[in-house]
Each structure stands twice: as C-alpha cells, then as structure tokens.
Write a new protein. Structure first.
Length: 207
C-alpha cells in the first residue's frame, strides 16, 4: 500500500518506521520546521505542510488534507505526533487503514498530556497503545499495547522517554502487520494473524 505518515513534532516514530524499512510515500505536517519534516527530507520522502491557520474552518483543513492524500494516491495513514482531531470524512476514507500511536494504556488517559494525566493520577504502570482511528478521540480498536512500570522519582520527561521507546517498537510492528494483511478486526477486537515478532511481556521487562 501507499502510506502517508502525519506528523507535527520531533519525528522519532517516523524514524522508527523508516529504520524498520517501512514504506512511506508521503509525510504531512501540521507545523512548519519540525524535526519530522527534516527526517522525511533526509530520506527523500515528499513532504506537505498544512498549517491550520491557512485552512479555516476545520472542514476546509480536512478537505485540503484529503485532497493531498488523494493526489499522492495514499491508501493508508499513520498518525505519529499529528495533534489534530480529524473529522468523519477523513476517518471514513481510511476506515481500518489509519493507525495512531498514543502514550498511554488506552482507554485510560485519552487526549492531550496523557503522560502528565497518568502521573497526576498516581498510576504504577503506564504504557503505549497503537490503535485504529475512529471519529472518537483515541477510541478506536486497539492493535498493540505494552506497559512500563512507573518509578517513584519519574518526571513527565523520564516516563515519556521510556514510553516512546515502546512506541518505536509497537508502531512499526502494527504498521507492518496491517501492510501485510495480518490484522483481523472483529468489532472492537483486533487479532494479529501471526505471533508477534517478540514477546511484549519480555519487552516491557527489558524497558
Ligand atoms: C508520540 O509520543 C505519540 O505518542 C504522540 O505524539 C508523539 C510524537 O512523537 N501521539 P514523535 O514526533 O514521533 O517523536
């Protein structure tokens, strides 16, 4: 499939995908000058920057985004640091073909500042989730999750860094599984039609 990765930040998840030879045909950013755009350019991947202020209201932004994806014949999409809620027309166009990575064990702590929310709640275990995108924020069927323990002296920065290391393993694994047709969706439940590359339990212990 032809994949687009939608970004808005540092681009460490984009880098993780590229390191695992994942085919990325287009990178779209909602912010100018971010690290993710530089990573795309270094790899010779076409980039488009769509700044929300230039496409008002929201429906105009989403329609511009759909046009860009259509022009590049994009068949599947990954949200990796794209901090905008997409409207139903975009989500429907990529039904079960759009993945998001979120820094919490969903359904706990959806939305913004998930790591801060988890720390403020006093959780002892945190983690990362890759899920299909549906119109509700961070609500779609869960593809992969992994956990890390929260240390007593963890700050938002230290915990985020450990969670991002999980993301960098989970996202390429989920994306490759979708690319290879190995994900079966039954309502809310997603099954992978093969054993994962590695034990997620072992992975969390290593972290
Ligand atoms: C990730 O931590 C992801 O959970 C969140 O946005 C962050 C993007 O980081 N949705 P990066 O730009 O991939 O480094």
């Amino acid at each position: 499939m032809r994949w687009a990765v939608l970004v808005g930040g540092r681009g460490s998840n984009l880098q993780a995908l590229l390191t695992r030879d994942f085919p990325v045909s287009l990178v779209v950013s909602h912010r100018e000058g971010v690290g993710a755009l530089q990573i795309a350019k270094t790899h010779g991947i076409p980039t488009v920057t769509l700044v929300p202020q230039r496409h008002q209201p929201r429906a105009a932004y989403d329609s511009a985004l759909l046009n860009v994806l259509g022009e590049h014949r994009i068949e599947a999409v990954i949200l990796a640091g794209f901090m905008r809620v997409l409207s139903t027309p975009v989500v429907s166009a990529y039904h079960h073909r759009m993945l998001n990575v979120h820094p919490s064990l969903l359904p706990a702590f959806p939305g913004l500042d998930a790591v801060r929310q988890a720390l403020d709640h006093g959780v002892k275990v945190a983690g990362a989730t890759v899920h299909f995108v549906t119109p509700g924020v961070d609500e779609g069927p869960i593809v992969l999750q992994a956990a890390v323990g929260v240390e007593p002296d963890d700050s938002e920065e230290t915990l985020s860094a450990r969670i991002q290391r999980l993301e960098h393993r989970l996202l390429p694994e989920a994306a490759w599984a979708l690319e290879r047709g190995q994900l079966q969706v039954d309502g809310r439940v997603v099954r992978m039609a093969r054993a994962p590359n590695h034990s997620l339990n072992r992975m969390s212990q290593e972290e």
